[in-house]
Design a protein around this ligand. Structure first.
Ligand code: ZN
Length: 340
């Protein structure tokens, strides 16, 4: 065989291999698109345009009417800032989703629906979920938050994850985030589900919200994911059992905080008997026994359970990389509730 014939054969073989690889990739993409289209519809959702997102944000009037001056100053990083300024900055941060981002989120939701079907989990119903994209500087660079069944996602995160999710394992954080935010939607739409979930970390849900005492009110930070202060647990404080709800506060006012480097937000325990006082988490000797230590995000039972729910759904009882959990009974409890 001449050298030129050998080269021609080599080229033919190369073309054939290239064709096979191209067909495999095209088939993989086609299957991926079909599976995404079919399964993403199992969790009803849509994407708000920037215009609609602004309207939706402003429709949360009850949430904004409860804002404290502390809320406004810390969010705008400005002493003496006003509510009008805050709403203007917040609405100006709302963006449109592009088609790649929408497909990426659809794909992640399809993965969630497949997981539910595979494990035989059933969730109570929610209203339609609406995704809103925001730059979120006003929410302190948060990756996501919710109002009702509106899920606000950080625009920077959405862009980065939608592009780099082709790297295996890269989208894990985003998947966890979606499960976490989905929990808030489920919890709001289904009081009985919320009560059962909170009971896994020893919280009882009362009939009405507890009022914030003056000493908490002045330093209070609102959290859109936490709509109610109606859940309490029994904490051991100075050797006594005290029924408390939780609140998220700043340890100083904004003017002071500008001079300090440390994070100045913390969770406090507020007695449900109405006294004008609060306790720090260090004062409660059983704080970790109440919340468990699967997550450090324990500013409220709603956030603690949103994280535990996300771990249970995304990693299962074996945990991330099979490493388990400090409190597997909470994860098993979540699974038992949704398995019924
Ligand atoms: Zn949350």
């Amino acid at each position: 065989m001449s050298i030129s014939t050998k080269n021609q054969n080599k080229k033919k073989n190369f073309k054939r291999v290239f064709k096979i690889i191209a067909i495999i990739i095209a088939a993989f993409v086609a299957i991926n698109i079909c599976v995404t289209i079919i399964f993403t519809q199992k969790i009803p959702h849509r994407y708000a345009s920037a215009e609609e997102g602004k309207e939706l944000m402003l429709s949360n009037t009850e949430y904004y009417s409860n804002y404290t001056q502390n809320d406004i100053e810390f969010r705008l990083k400005k002493s003496g800032a006003t509510m009008e300024e805050l709403l203007e900055v917040s609405t100006n941060e709302i963006r449109d989703y592009n088609i790649i981002e929408k497909y990426f989120i659809d794909h992640e939701i399809a993965k969630m629906a497949i997981k539910l079907a595979w494990n035989g989990y059933t969730f109570p119903e929610t209203d339609e979920i609406v995704f809103v994209k925001s730059d979120m500087s006003v929410e302190m660079g948060n990756s996501g938050y919710t109002h009702g069944t509106q899920i606000y996602l950080n625009s920077g995160f959405v862009t980065i994850y939608s592009v780099l999710s082709i790297i295996p394992g890269f989208s894990d954080f985003f998947d966890e985030l979606l499960w976490h935010e989905y929990f808030h939607c489920l919890s709001r739409c289904n009081p009985a589900f919320r009560t059962k979930m909170y009971s896994l970390i020893h919280f009882n849900v009362a009939d009405t919200d507890f009022a914030l005492p003056p000493c908490v009110q002045e330093r209070y930070l609102s959290n859109p994911d936490v709509e109610h202060h109606d859940a309490y647990a029994t904490f051991m404080i100075d050797g006594q059992e005290v029924d408390c709800f939780t609140a998220w506060i700043t340890t100083m006012d904004y003017a002071q905080a500008q001079l300090e480097d440390d994070s100045c937000t913390t969770v406090v325990l507020v007695p449900i008997d109405g006294s004008d006082t609060y306790y720090t988490r260090e004062q409660a000797t059983n704080f970790d026994d109440v919340f468990g230590t699967n997550t450090g995000y324990v500013i409220d039972p709603e956030e603690c359970m949103a994280d535990n729910f996300a771990y249970a759904m995304f990693y299962g009882i074996k945990g991330k990389n099979g490493k388990g959990y400090p409190n597997p009974e909470i994860i098993q409890g979540v699974i038992d509730i949704v398995k019924r």
